[in-house]
Design a protein around this ligand. Structure first.
Ligand code: NAG
Ligand code: NAG
Length: 208
């Protein structure tokens, strides 16, 4: 084979390798049907059922924005299955602050009320939408996003499905202003002064 052909084959295999790596967008594959809890010899149907969200249907809308998760932590049978759920409840005027899920995309489904949603891609382009009852929205994996219930009177509820048993959440306000990142570093990063950073940090202080 001519060197050019070899180079071409090499480049093609490199391309195929990177594509398969990029498209591997889910949790690691398991080599068993499911992952039983450590030390258990057998499980039955109860292991695969989760009733930790029943209370949502018996309780009123919470006073502040509330997330109830059914991820691997709450529901161990999800380990290795690459899926999880969350129920998001928004009293009128509340926001799910800007955050990302490092390990999963999120498919949100509005089951009560309406929501203003948006995400920002890696070129800093903002995509927004007003969602009505019955609408869905996909937040791509790892990108910063939010949801806001702009309705002055009515609560909203959404179900979110995640492409990971443990999607993880990085909340930008808390990550930036409720950790111990140095005030001067934050002030420089945000092109502001230390007093402004301290005001932002004070918003997270435990309420007396
Ligand atoms: C959401 O509501 C549940 C049940 O009332 C509560 O246990 C949980 O702590 C709340 N979560 C947040 C983030 O407030
Ligand atoms: C801020 O961080 C502390 C310590 O991790 C935590 O207990 C507290 O709930 C956080 N406050 C808010 C408003 O997230």
């Amino acid at each position: 084979m001519a060197p050019n052909t070899l180079t071409l084959i090499f480049l093609l295999s490199l391309a195929v390798f990177s594509i398969t790596n990029v498209t591997k967008g889910s949790d690691p594959d398991i080599l068993t049907d499911f992952v039983a809890p450590p030390g258990s010899n057998s499980v039955d149907g109860t292991f695969f059922a989760f009733n930790g969200l029943r209370y949502i249907f018996d309780s009123d809308t919470p006073a502040t924005f509330n997330v109830s998760k059914a991820s691997m932590k709450e529901f161990p049978a999800l380990n290795g299955q690459s899926v999880s759920y969350a129920v998001l409840r928004y009293p009128s005027g509340s926001v799910n602050p800007t955050h990302t899920h490092p390990r999963a995309s999120e498919l949100l489904f509005v089951v009560e009320g309406s929501l203003e949603v948006g995400f920002v891609d890696t070129t800093n382009k903002l995509y927004t939408r007003s969602l009505q009852l019955g609408d869905m929205f996909i937040f791509p994996k790892g990108l910063v996003h939010y949801q806001y219930n702009a309705d002055a009177k009515n609560p909203a509820t959404a179900l979110s499905a995640f492409g990971s048993a443990s999607a993880g959440t990085v909340s930008l306000p808390a990550t930036l202003f409720n950790t111990s990142i140095d005030d001067t570093i934050l002030a420089t990063a945000f092109k502001t002064d230390v007093a402004t950073i301290q005001t932002l940090k004070a918003g997270f202080a435990a309420k007396a």
